[in-house]
Design a protein around this ligand. Structure first.
Ligand SMILES: Nc1ncnc2c1ncn2[C@@H]1O[C@H](COP(=O)(O)OP(=O)(O)OP(=O)(O)O)[C@@H](O)[C@H]1O
Ligand SMILES: [Mg+2]
Length: 412
């Protein structure tokens, strides 16, 4: 029977809300079985977290799957406390992990089963400082390496934490900040090598780790992770997802309606596919007619995807630029993106002209320009095509154009 798919809710999806990705899950599981450490590389909303959650489900019998989210963590001691806390659902690992923090947990030791996870987290964190996080962290890794089942440690949002560490304080990327990051990443690397075969580490995050580390001259600290490039869905998978969502919600697509939606997106980032479906669903519910025609796609795209709903989503893409680029670079970066959205493609010659206007050759040399383009490509904004650069996603291009073209003028 044709599968029905439940719409996504909240952030990530797994189980009966998870679609496709068989062509990724299989090779990844093979690499994990081979003992590889992996780094999932993809632009925003590609489904990295969902993929890791789904992997946990599928590998849960054979591995102890630990999911460590470092979204809010700012320093190594936070990360080690969070690592200890994710052991909690896994007795006997937790019993051993607890013992490492016996002092910090002393006051709640007799009632620990009744204490909330958040409170235990606070106690664990209180037992750590800049002088002992490394030893305690090493002890935790030793415990993991002795686990009966091998451990798959999935670390999400490590790049956010690293980025925060690099820019800690008011002086930007100081040497001291860079040293702290190097110390932390080298510690992780050392443990990944020492416990290879027992503990597999899988990294991911909503911003690219490599560009963040590259800026600090630290790319080498992740060369023990095999990069895995998570691609957008192909048209067939995306249209299949739309059909399956429609079946669940009892929407009837006219032939070609799903295909028209997919073509409109151009690049099928799963989240954008789900968003588009949510627009169709709302539209059909609102008018009380669940038959959706292909010739309705264009208007819905214009009014909804490029309207307020899209605006909120796409603002992420704009805000995120300030994580990578210093303030003085942003006008040039945004001008490159606006020019590309307006013209469809930009060549290096045009980019150099933009540099004249929005920066200066002295303050932004060719290497800096290359770095901008490298980051924009790495993060899925643009890609190289023939002699120039074009948007990866038609949705992002249309949205960026709509948001920026009005006040944009380029001397020609
Ligand atoms: N395999 C999938 N099946 C169905 N929907 C998916 C799938 N993967 C991703 N999605 C959709 O994309 C959304 C984002 O997924 P997820 O949070 O896993 O992406 P991400 O790459 O981790 O995002 P971020 O870059 O923000 O961390 C989900 O809420 C869901 O709508
Ligand atoms: Mg994520």
């Amino acid at each position: 029977m044709d599968r029905k798919l439940r719409q996504a809710q909240g952030n990530w999806v797994d189980g009966d809300r998870f679609w496709g990705r068989e062509g990724d899950l299989e090779p990844l599981m093979r690499m994990i079985d081979d003992g590889a450490h992996l780094s999932i590389v993809a632009q925003r909303r590609m489904g990295k977290t969902s993929l890791m959650k789904e992997l946990s489900q599928r590998l849960g019998e054979r591995y102890v799957c630990l999911f460590l989210d470092l979204q809010k963590e700012s320093e190594p001691a936070d990360a080690v406390a969070a690592l200890a806390l994710v052991l909690k659902p896994h007795n006997p690992l937790w019993q051993k992990g607890r013992a490492v923090f016996a002092n910090a947990l002393k006051s709640v030791a007799s009632s620990i089963e009744e204490v909330s996870c958040a409170d235990i987290g606070i106690k664990l964190r209180a037992g750590l400082n800049s002088g002992n996080w490394m030893d305690k962290g090493d002890e935790l890794f030793r415990i993991l390496s002795k686990s009966e089942k091998p451990v798959l440690l999935m670390i999400d949002e490590l790049p956010l934490m690293v980025n925060r560490m690099l820019r800690d304080g008011n002086e930007g990327m100081t040497l001291d900040n860079i040293r702290q990051v190097e110390r932390f990443m080298s510690w992780l690397r050392k443990n990944s090598i020492e416990h290879q075969g027992k503990v597999r580490i899988m990294l991911s995050g909503s911003i690219g780790l490599e560009p963040v580390l590259h800026q600090a001259g630290l790319s080498a600290v992740i060369n023990n992770y095999q990069p895995y490039d998570l691609k957008p869905w192909d048209f067939e998978t995306a249209a299949g997802c739309l059909d399956a969502l429609a079946r669940y919600e009892e929407i009837v697509f006219e032939a070609q309606a799903a295909q028209a939606m997919v073509e409109k997106l151009g690049c099928c980032i799963p989240h954008h596919v789900q968003l588009f479906f949510a627009c169709v669903f709302k539209h059909c519910m609102h008018r009380g007619d669940m038959y959706f025609r292909a010739d309705e796609v264009d208007e819905l795209y214009e009014t909804e995807m490029l309207g307020l709903r899209g605006h909120a989503e796409m603002t992420h893409y704009e805000e995120r630029l300030s994580m990578y680029f210093p303030k003085e670079r942003l006008p040039l970066v945004k001008a490159i993106l606006t020019e590309t959205s307006v013209s469809g493609t930009v060549t290096i010659a045009v980019i150099r002209e933009l540099r004249e206007e929005y920066a200066s050759p002295e303050s932004c040399r060719d290497e800096a320009l290359n770095e901008i383009l490298r980051i924009l490509q790495h993060d899925g904004y643009i890609r190289k095509k023939n002699e120039g650069y074009v948007y990866e996603s038609a949705l992002l291009r249309d949205w960026w154009k709509k948001a920026h073209e009005e006040f944009y003028t380029r001397r020609r």
